[in-house]
Design a protein around this ligand. Structure first.
Ligand code: ATP
Length: 488
C-alpha cells in the first residue's frame, strides 16, 4: 500500500513536470474536481479518444461480423449538445434518481458520501475516518442530486432551469429517430459519441478518477429484443479486449458482473471493466467502463414518459390524480422491421467508458522504473512511460548528435518529413543521453539520431524506448520504417 502511494506520488509529479495533467486554476489555489491536460496530456487523451473512435466507429467494417459478433452490424457517430431539454432528464430518471447519499459533519463542516465513510478521511488530525473522532457529529444521510444546474437566457426562475448533461447517452436516445431517418442503418447498429459530462460529485478524489467534469465515450447499440443477450455478451468481450489491445495487463484489469441487487432498475445485466489503480486500497478495483443491457427502457421512456418498476416489468409513473408524472416526447421511436414486417422498440446495449479514467489507467500501467547503461556502460536508473505507441503523445523525436557538421540540417529534414504523418519532436539541446531520458519520460517510442555515420552513408539510428536497442536505417526510409513499427 505504501509502495502504491509512493508510485502514485511519483506519477502525479511526472504528470506535472512533463506537462500531462495540471490542477485546474492552479494559480488561484485550484478548484476541486477539475483538471487541465497540458501539452503532452492533451495529445495522450486525444489519442485515447481517437483510438476508441477509430476502433469502434470509423474503422468498423459494416459488412463482416467482428470476432465473436452474432452478425455484421453498422456503426455511426453523433456529437450532441451538453445542455438538452430539461424534460430529457425528468424522463430518463436523472432528475429524481441521480443522487448520492451525503453525510455532513456539524463540527468540521466537511461533507462525505455515505457509502465512502470507511475510505474517507476526517480533516481533523490524527488521521481517522469520519465519525471516529470524539468530536465528530455526523448528520443522517441525505439525498444530493449530482446534476449541475444552470439557467437559460436572462431570466433566472424555475422556468429557465436547465442541466449540464451527466452522461452523453441520452443525446443518442433523443436522436434515435433522426439517425434512422437520415442514414440507411438498419438493426443491428450502434451509435457512438464522445463528449464532456458533468457531475457535481460530493467528494471528487483519486486525482482525475472522480472529477466533476470529465469525458465519456459511449455507445448505444440497438438490436432485436430476441438477440439482445447475445449482443450484450459480445460487447462485454469486445470492450475488455480493447483495453488489453492498448496495453492494460489483464491481471490488473477485470470484467466483473454485477450481482442482481447491484443492477440498476432498468438493467437485465451489467458488467464493469475495472482496473486495479495504485491509489485504491489493497485489493480494490476502480470502474473504467460499464456495459449495460438496458432493454427498451430508454427509448420507451422517451416515447411514453418516465417509467417505474411494476411487478416484473415497467409502467409509466403517474401522480395521485393518475396523470403521467413526466411525459415523454410522444414521438414514434419504434422500429419497423422490413424482414418480419413487425414494429417494436429495439433493445439497447450500452458500453459506457470514461476517457479520463482510461487515460489514467494507461498512465498508471505505463509508469516504469528500470536501469539502462550510460555512455560508459554503467547502469543508471531511469523512468520510462511504456505507453502503447498508438497512445504515445509524441511518436518520434529527432536528435542531432551535435549542433555542428551539418547534423542539425539533416535532422531538421527528417523531422519535417516525419511531422507530416505524426507528432514529432526536434531536440538539439543537452547531451544525447539527457535527451533520451526526457523522451523516455514522455513515452516517445522512437528516438532518431543523426550522427557522424549519417554524414558518410545517409543512415540514422532509431532507438527503441523500451529495449533501448538501436538500429541503423537509411534516412530516406524513415517514414516507412516508423509506419511499420507503429502498425505492429
Ligand atoms: P462510479 O460508480 O465510479 O461513480 P458510475 O457507475 O456512476 O461510476 P457510469 O454512470 O456508469 O459511472 O459512467 C460511465 C463511465 O463514465 C464510468 O465507467 C467512468 O469511466 C466515467 N465516469 C463516471 N463518473 C465519473 C467521474 N466523476 N469522473 C471521471 N469519470 C467518470
Amino acid at each position: 500500500m505504501a509502495e502504491n502511494k509512493e508510485l502514485m506520488d511519483k506519477l502525479i509529479s511526472l504528470c506535472k513536470r512533463r506537462g500531462l495533467i495540471f490542477q485546474s486554476s492552479e494559480i488561484y489555489g485550484g478548484v476541486s474536481g477539475f483538471w487541465d491536460y497540458g501539452p503532452l496530456g492533451v495529445e495522450l487523451k486525444r489519442n485515447v479518444k481517437e483510438a476508441w473512435w477509430r476502433d469502434m466507429v470509423t474503422a468498423h467494417d459494416d459488412t463482416t461480423p467482428p470476432t465473436g459478433a452474432p452478425s455484421p452490424y453498422a456503426m455511426v457517430g453523433l456529437d450532441c449538445s451538453i445542455i438538452m431539454h430539461p424534460q430529457v432528464w425528468k424522463v430518463s430518471g436523472h432528475y429524481d434518481l441521480f443522487h448520492d447519499m451525503l453525510v455532513d459533519c456539524r463540527t468540521c463542516k466537511a461533507r462525505f458520501r455515505a457509502d465512502h465513510l470507511k475510505t474517507s478521511e476526517c480533516p481533523h488530525k490524527p488521521s481517522k475516518h469520519p465519525g471516529e473522532h470524539d468530536t465528530c457529529d455526523l448528520t443522517e444521510p441525505r439525498e444530493f442530486n449530482l446534476m449541475f444546474k444552470t439557467n437559460l437566457g436572462a431570466l433566472v426562475d424555475p422556468s429557465s432551469v436547465a442541466y449540464l448533461r451527466p452522461e452523453t447517452a441520452q443525446g443518442i436516445f433523443a436522436n434515435f429517430r433522426n439517425v434512422l431517418d437520415s442514414t440507411r442503418v438498419r438493426l443491428p447498429f450502434g451509435i457512438g459519441q464522445i463528449g464532456k459530462s458533468f457531475r457535481n460529485e460530493i467528494t471528487p478524489r483519486y486525482y482525475t478518477f472522480r472529477s466533476r467534469e470529465f469525458e465519456q465515450m459511449e455507445i448505444e447499440f440497438f438490436c432485436r429484443p430476441a438477440e439482445s443477450r447475445e449482443w450484450y455478451a459480445y460487447w462485454r468481450g469486445r470492450r475488455f479486449a480493447w483495453y488489453t489491445s492498448l496495453g492494460l495487463q489483464s491481471d490488473k484489469l477485470r470484467l466483473r458482473d454485477h450481482s442482481p441487487d447491484e443492477l440498476s432498475h432498468y438493467s437485465c445485466g451489467t458488467a464493469d471493466i475495472e482496473y486495479r489503480f495504485p491509489f485504491l486500497p489493497e485489493g480494490e478495483f476502480g470502474e473504467l467502463e460499464g456495459i449495460a443491457h438496458r432493454g427498451d427502457f430508454d427509448l420507451r421512456s422517451h416515447m411514453e414518459g418516465k417509467l417505474v418498476r411494476q411487478g416484473d416489468g415497467f409502467a409509466v409513473e403517474r401522480d395521485s390524480e393518475g396523470n403521467v408524472r413526466y411525459p415523454g416526447s410522444g414521438k414514434g421511436l419504434r422500429y419497423f422491421d422490413d424482414q418480419s414486417r413487425e414494429q417494436f422498440i429495439p433493445h439497447a446495449v450500452e458500453p459506457s467508458a470514461g476517457a479520463d479514467r482510461a487515460t489514467l489507467a494507461f498512465l498508471c500501467e505505463a509508469y516504469t522504473e528500470d536501469k539502462v547503461p550510460d555512455d560508459k556502460g554503467v547502469p543508471q536508473p531511469r523512468v520510462v512511460m511504456k505507453l502503447h505507441p498508438r497512445l504515445a503523445p509524441i511518436k518520434a523525436a529527432v536528435l542531432p548528435l551535435v549542433k555542428r557538421d551539418g547534423m542539425p540540417e539533416i535532422a531538421r529534414e527528417c523531422y519535417r518529413e516525419l511531422k507530416q504523418s505524426w507528432n514529432t519532436f526536434y531536440d538539439e539541446s543537452g547531451s544525447v543521453g539527457r535527451r533520451y531520458r526526457r523522451q523516455d519520460e514522455s513515452g516517445t517510442p522512437f528516438c532518431i539520431t543523426v550522427d557522424n555515420q549519417t554524414l558518410s552513408d545517409g543512415t540514422v539510428t532509431v532507438r527503441d524506448r523500451d529495449t533501448t536497442q538501436q538500429e541503423r536505417v537509411a534516412s530516406r526510409d524513415l517514414v516507412t520504417f516508423i509506419a511499420a513499427k507503429l502498425r505492429q
